[in-house]
Design a protein around this ligand. Sequence first.
Ligand code: PNS
Length: 166
Amino acid sequence: MNQDNKISAVYPGSFDPVTNGHVYIAERAASIFDELTVSILYNEHKSATFSVQERIEMAREALKHLKNVKIDCFEGLLVDYMKHVGSRVIIRGLRAMSDFEYEFQIALMNRQLAPELETFFIVTDPKYSYVSSSGVREVFHFGGTVQGLVPDCVFKKLSERFNIKN
Ligand code: PNS
């Protein structure tokens, strides 16, 4: 809870780029929590297709219909960022059992570091169960269609980046 008695949550991730699966999770989280911050990890050791600024702009456009959602970025430990923004709730999306092991590890590591935080998992819509940012980038790069899997602004940005008209 923040100073206005509002419950805020943070949806962290790489979002390289944001997909319709992410949008779905953000929509569901935004319908439950008073405020949601979608926060993009800046990691200089991990090569990304899009810069943090580009990812912020795409996420902002894709989520502009959600009035209680803002976009931010962070570097370093998520638990430090959570303290910095004063939120106790971490949102993560789950697609399949294969996500669970990875997510379980992250959630327990975060709990070890900051027991006062809680991770909430939101299950995806089955139609997005196979959609990932890396899959989208690869399919697009090799000329496959990703229409319906990413927001329009991301589709446009992918076309510019890979100089392809799929
Ligand atoms: O979209 P992703 O890449 O699956 O998101 C992973 C993310 C950003 C949530 C996770 O890697 C993270 O929180 N990184 C920040 C560093 C950190 O806090 N690590 C400790 C938990 S393993």
